[in-house]
Design a protein around this ligand. Structure first.
Ligand SMILES: Cc1cc2nc3c(=O)[nH]c(=O)nc-3n(C[C@H](O)[C@H](O)[C@H](O)COP(=O)(O)OP(=O)(O)OC[C@H]3O[C@@H](n4cnc5c(N)ncnc54)[C@H](O)[C@@H]3O)c2cc1C
Length: 386
């Protein structure tokens, strides 16, 4: 007789995507275990900025999903929700220093209008930025309605409220799905579960070889403290928008984001490097980031760098995350490849993954965008059949 399942669902990976999925699954009354090789927020979710931003997303599927996720994340931050006190609202500013970047801001204004909220343009022009923006800035678009949450704080909040079982540090070594369930092979034992959510970030290819997920490292700079409140919200170079939509841009003008932290420090990020070594610090890149940041916000010239660290994004060959059941083993739902967008998308993705596990329809109106994320798009046989 087949062994009865130990859990309804095993969530593999305690990053922000796994933690959000676990919270949404537990809320449906499912018995959930979260398993991580290291611990909560041990990888990208603990080494990132936390912009919950629609403006920075590529137009189309990503912008529409980010817009939904921003609206939903705001609901999760209401009284009684898991992100209460973790997600915060704040103004955001997008800055151009060249005609091409001014054009990118024009496209941004059109994109935000077409999405219809919650983000909205509050000012647009050479002087629309906060006091203290550098003189080379020729156009600024100010937005309200975007927000921020620290990845590790969101993971802790989801897990604290979910009340699920946790296993770490325990590495998942293999999965074997059959008609009745999935056997999850751990370092020291096997677990039997009805379904699996695999939210393994850059390590997804260890369990799912052939997935087109590659590591992309980003370095971040932290300064010492300025008097709090000197910058009301993050400054983002318009070249960041250009880099997301088309070319990476000129190397001396990296797509920089300057994020004021509640401590009075600034978080300046971040590079995109095609390797997965988060211990490799490249001072030339950091110097370029810092120089460009000081051009936008000259007050940074009085600050000192106190820390440089790196996180590794899980990049997918076609630029979209991979979310959905595996064609060959529908008991296994993948949720990976969120590159630089996983903090923003995690709220919505947790909800949709839980619906998939429960065998329910995804959110009305989002069906086509969520179908675009399906792992089936990488199956040659299915591609031919279409
Ligand atoms: C520098 C930088 C800046 C960023 N800024 C932003 C931003 O401003 N806004 C935004 O939306 N996103 C941002 N991101 C992206 C965001 O951080 C990621 O998309 C998100 O954290 C991915 O979460 P995840 O849960 O998919 O993966 P991860 O957080 O990487 O979690 C995967 C987990 O799986 C575990 N694991 C792996 N293999 C195994 C195994 N075999 N067994 C058990 N456990 C395993 C790991 O230990 C890890 O804890 C940034 C990323 C970087 C690097």
């Amino acid at each position: 007789m087949a062994r009865p399942p130990d859990y309804d669902v095993a969530v593999l990976g305690a990053g922000i995507v796994g933690a959000s999925a676990a919270w949404h699954l537990a809320r449906r009354g499912m018995r959930v275990v979260v398993i991580d090789a290291s611990g909560p927020a041990a990888a990208a979710s603990g080494a990132s900025d936390g912009a919950v931003s629609v403006a920075s997303k590529k137009p189309g599927v990503m912008a529409r999903l980010a817009n939904r996720s921003l609206a939903y994340t705001r609901r999760l931050a209401e009284a009684g929700g898991p992100l209460r006190g973790v997600f915060g609202d704040r103004p955001s500013y997008y800055l151009a220093t060249s005609p091409a970047e001014e054009q990118a801001l024009g496209d941004l204004v059109a994109k935000i209008a077409a999405l219809g909220g919650p983000a909205r343009v509050t000012a647009d022009g050479a002087k629309a930025g906060p006091d203290g923006v550098g003189p080379s800035v020729t156009r600024c678009v100010a937005l309200a309605g975007e927000g921020h949450m620290l990845g590790y704080a969101a993971v802790a909040a989801y897990l604290a409220q979910a009340g699920v079982d946790r296993l770490w540090p325990v590495t998942v070594e293999a999965l074997e799905a059959d008609d009745a369930g999935v056997t999850v092979s751990l370092t020291d034992r096997n677990l039997r579960v009805a379904k699996v959510v695999a939210a393994l970030g850059t390590s997804s290819t260890a369990l799912f070889p052939g997935l087109p997920v590659t590591p992309r490292t980003g370095q971040l700079v932290v300064t010492d403290r300025a008097p709090p409140g000197s910058l009301p919200g993050p400054l983002t170079a318009a070249s960041y928008l250009v880099a997301k939509s088309a070319s990476p841009g000129a190397p001396d003008k990296p797509p920089v984001v300057i994020d004021p932290l509640s401590t009075g420090q600034f978080l300046i990020g971040s590079s995109r490097e095609e390797h997965g070594d988060c211990a490799r610090t490249d001072f030339a890149t950091v110097r370029r980031l810092a120089a460009r940041a000081a051009e936008f916000w000259p007050a940074l010239r009085a600050r000192h760098v106190v820390r440089i660290f790196a996180g590794v994004r899980a990049a997918v060959s076609d630029g979209l995350p991979i979310v959905g059941p595996l064609t060959q083993s529908p008991r296994v739902v993948l949720a990976t490849g969120f590159e630089g967008d996983g903090i923003c998308l995690s709220g919505l993705m947790g909800r949709e993954v839980a619906a998939m596990v429960a065998g329910e329809a995804v959110s009305a109106g989002a069906e086509a965008d969520i179908a675009a994320l399906s792992p089936a798009r990488f199956s040659r046989r299915e591609a031919r059949a279409r």
